[in-house]
Design a protein around this ligand. Sequence first.
Ligand SMILES: Nc1ncnc2c1ncn2[C@@H]1O[C@H](COP(=O)(O)OP(=O)(O)OP(=O)(O)O)[C@@H](O)[C@H]1O
Ligand SMILES: [Mg+2]
Length: 327
Amino acid sequence: MSEEVILTVSDLVTAFDTEAGLIHAVEGVSFDVKKGHTLGLVGESGCGKSVTALSIMRLLPQPVGKILGGQVLFQAEDIIKLPAERMHHIRGFGISMIFQEPMTALNPVHRIGDQIREVFQLHYPEMTDKDIGAQSIEMLKKVGIPEPVQRMEEYPHQISGGTRQRVMIAMALAGKPDILIADEPTTALDVTIQAQILDLMKALQQETGMAIIFITHALGVIAEICDDVLVMYAGTVAERASAVELFKNPRHPYTMGLLSSIPRLEGIRKTHLNTIRGMVPSLYDLPDGCRFQNRCPYVMPGCQIEPPALRVVGDEDHVASCYLYLN
Ligand SMILES: Nc1ncnc2c1ncn2[C@@H]1O[C@H](COP(=O)(O)OP(=O)(O)OP(=O)(O)O)[C@@H](O)[C@H]1O
Ligand SMILES: [Mg+2]
C-alpha cells in the first residue's frame, strides 16, 4: 500500500467561547493521514476527538467554535485558510464525515431517497435525474441495504439504527472522498451490526483506496481495523504510533491504562475491568504541566511544571508526551 500522506494536521488549536471564558478543547494536535490507511483516534469522552474532526471539516459550532492556530494541509492547501465555497467543494468530494449522531445528519422530514439524491446533485451537477436515481439506489445496495428502491421512499424514523448508519455511510461515500472521517460510527448499534458496518467500511476502502480517520472509545475496534493510532488526552496528543507498535509497546501511562481496561474479546472474560482512577481534568481548570498528572501512577516532581513535549519513544513514528522518556 502507498505511504503517501494526504492530510497533515500540525499544531491544531481549537477553542470555544463560553460564558466562563475561552476554553481550548484541542491544544497542539498533530498527525498525518496516509492514502489508503486507517488512522484511529482514541481517548475517553471529552478528550477532543470530535472537535478535531469538526475542525478538519470546518464544521465547528458557530459562532462559538474557533480554530486559533495550526495547519490542516490537504492536497497542498491549508483547509483552515480556504474560502467557504472552496471548503464546500472539499466536503463530500475530498473529505466526508459520518457523524456521531446519525439523526443530526439526516433530515427527519425528507425521504431517504431525496437526501441521497441531493448529495449526487451537489457533487455531480451534470448528471441527469435518471442517472442520479440509479446511482442512489446503487449506493444503497453497495452499503448492504436490502430493498433499496423501497427504502428510498421512506423517512429516517421508519428505518432501523443500523440502516440509518448505512444511509449515512452511503451519503458520505457518494462523492468518492479521498478521506472518510467516521466519528464513533458503530457505538449505538448492536454487536452484529457493528461488525457488519466495520467490514463494509474496510471493503469500500479496498475498493476506492480512501483513507479513514476512525474515531472510537473502543481499543478493540482500533486493533481490528487501524494502521495507525493517535491517543488523545484532554485535548492533547498523549501518544502516536502504528497500531502494531502501540499494542505491543505502549509507552504513555494513559495508553497503558486504556489497554488494561479493554475487555478481552476472546478467551476468558475479565470479570473485573481495570479502569483508570480519577477523572479527566476540566478544560476550565487545567493543571500546570502534564494534564494526566492527577491520574498517573508514575507521576514525578517535574510533571507539574511544564507540559511534556512529544518525544520519539520507539521506532521513528512512535511518539509520546511523557517525562518518563526525557532522554
Ligand atoms: N459547543 C461547545 N461549547 C463549549 N465546549 C464544547 C463545545 N463542543 C465541545 N466542547 C468541549 O470540547 C471538549 C472536547 O469535546 P469532544 O466532543 O471533541 O469530545 P470527544 O472526544 O469527541 O468525546 P466523546 O467520546 O464523548 O464523543 C469537551 O470538553 C467539550 O465539553
Ligand atoms: Mg465525540
